[in-house]
Design a protein. Structure first.
Length: 422
């Protein structure tokens, strides 16, 4: 019996994809093992930025030197096909995972193998969203693919057009996860807001209302939503978020505080629309958590544009800020534009990071001395990670995984709080 080892790069969707791949392999009589014992290693790849690509290729080369057979899954094989063909023995695209056993068998015989043709597949029907060890969290994808045409994005080249998974299958996966011990359900996709549009209408609100009907004491975290689509269902989403089963959490990627840059990125919203959604969200909930993304150093971003982004971040004061230095990706529209020097990207990233750290530090202080209900979602070596109703992270010295507890906040850091059970 051949043995495998899995290593994952990138997003929440890739984490769920890893569990799916694991199930497919085990169902075909392959055995999971340590990296050292494995006959073949599957790297679940990400192709968002060049830096991650280089890291993945370097890792593959290191493993091949140790005599391992390497298979690439995830987005990278469809984004950088030639490089991947040289670095790996086998390739599968995001929609080809059911062909994985055939790829493995060929690779183990010393042959090269690849399955990269876009296929129609509803991954929710495969029912494999398990609860990882030492957590009470289950990641449940609700769709794959996208309807946006962002000029810088290579992920769309790999994922293709939107494919919304069947609602009944998603609900069944959530029930299975809860029965397996999950207490937190993380809904994920490339863009949560567009769920259902390939079937003719926005179906996310309907899905969320159906989730509310599921018995049990659990929490739901919504994944990233493109503001351009989210604005069309936002009022309804805010009403649903009022229910205690939902974290008061919003991941709304801004990307730039300049309308000019947003236009050249081909984002389908304006800064003012983004600000209105953020304002409505914060007004609705006293304790909430806003996450947003910024790309610094995009080809058309001037110093004036960057200052506008800084101004917006200072205004909205996000608890979580993902800063990406623009990375030119071949095959995208933006790849034709002249790239900015790395030193400018690094400096803008440094400036924004420093500003955010100050914001986060100040915002965390409002929790000090207050009592909250928290859900313990992860067991670490000597501590536990819990989540407040806002999704704010709290580190505890004691606890039981999956339990709801009352905590008092006794310390505050930019990224997390310190608490004690009362």
């Amino acid at each position: 019996m051949a043995k495998f080892f899995l290593e994952t790069f990138g997003c929440k969707f890739n984490q769920a994809e890893t569990e799916l791949i694991k199930k497919i392999l085990k169902d075909n009589d392959f055995e999971e093992a340590s990296e050292k014992e494995a006959d073949f290693i599957i790297l679940v790849t990400c192709g968002v930025v060049k830096k991650t690509e280089r890291k993945i290729i370097k890792r593959a080369i290191e493993l091949k030197k140790e005599g391992k057979k390497i298979i690439f899954a995830g987005c990278l094989p469809l984004i950088s096909k030639e490089i991947c063909e040289k670095a790996a023995d086998g390739l599968i695209g995001p929609t080809n995972i059911l062909d994985l056993p055939r790829v493995v068998k060929k690779v183990l015989k010393g042959e090269k193998a690849k399955f990269l043709k876009q296929e129609q597949i509803d991954k929710a029907k495969l029912k494999c969203f398990v609860v990882p060890k030492n957590t009470s969290v289950a990641i449940v994808p609700i769709s794959e693919g996208c309807l946006s045409f962002c000029s810088y994005c290579a992920t769309r080249l790999a994922k293709g057009r939107l494919r919304s998974f069947d609602q009944k299958e998603i609900l069944e996966n959530i029930k299975i996860a809860l029965q397996s011990g999950a207490k937190e359900i993380q809904l994920t996709s490339q863009d949560l807001a567009i769920y259902g549009l390939d079937k003719g209408k926005f179906l996310l609100p309907q899905l969320l209302k159906e989730i509310l009907k599921i018995d049990g004491d659990f929490r739901v975290r919504l994944g990233m939503a493109n503001p351009g689509f989210a604005k069309r269902i936002f009022k309804e989403i805010l009403e649903i978020l009022k229910n205690e089963k939902f974290y008061k959490f919003l991941h709304l990627p801004l990307e730039s505080g300049s309308d000019k840059v947003l236009k050249s990125m081909n984002r389908n919203y304006k800064v003012e629309e983004f600000l209105q959604m953020v304002s409505d969200f914060k007004r609705k909930f006293k304790y909430s958590l806003l996450a947003t993304d910024i790309i610094v150093g995009f080809s058309t971003e001037t110093e004036k544009d960057f200052k506008k982004t800084v101004s917006v971040i200072k205004k909205i004061k996000p608890e979580i800020l993902h800063i990406f230095r623009y990375s030119k990706r071949e095959g995208t529209v933006a790849a034709k534009l002249k790239d900015l020097p790395d030193r400018i990207k690094k400096e803008r990233s440094r400036i924004l990071t420093k500003i955010w750290q100050k914001i986060a530090k100040e915002k965390a202080k409002k929790y000090l001395g207050k009592n909250f209900e928290a859900l313990i979602t992860e067991k670490r070596e000597n501590t536990f990670l819990a989540r407040l109703p806002s999704y704010k992270a709290v580190i505890l010295k004691e606890g039981i995984l999956g339990e709801f507890v009352k905590v008092k906040i006794i310390g505050a850091k930019p990224n997390y709080l310190l608490g004690k059970i009362i």
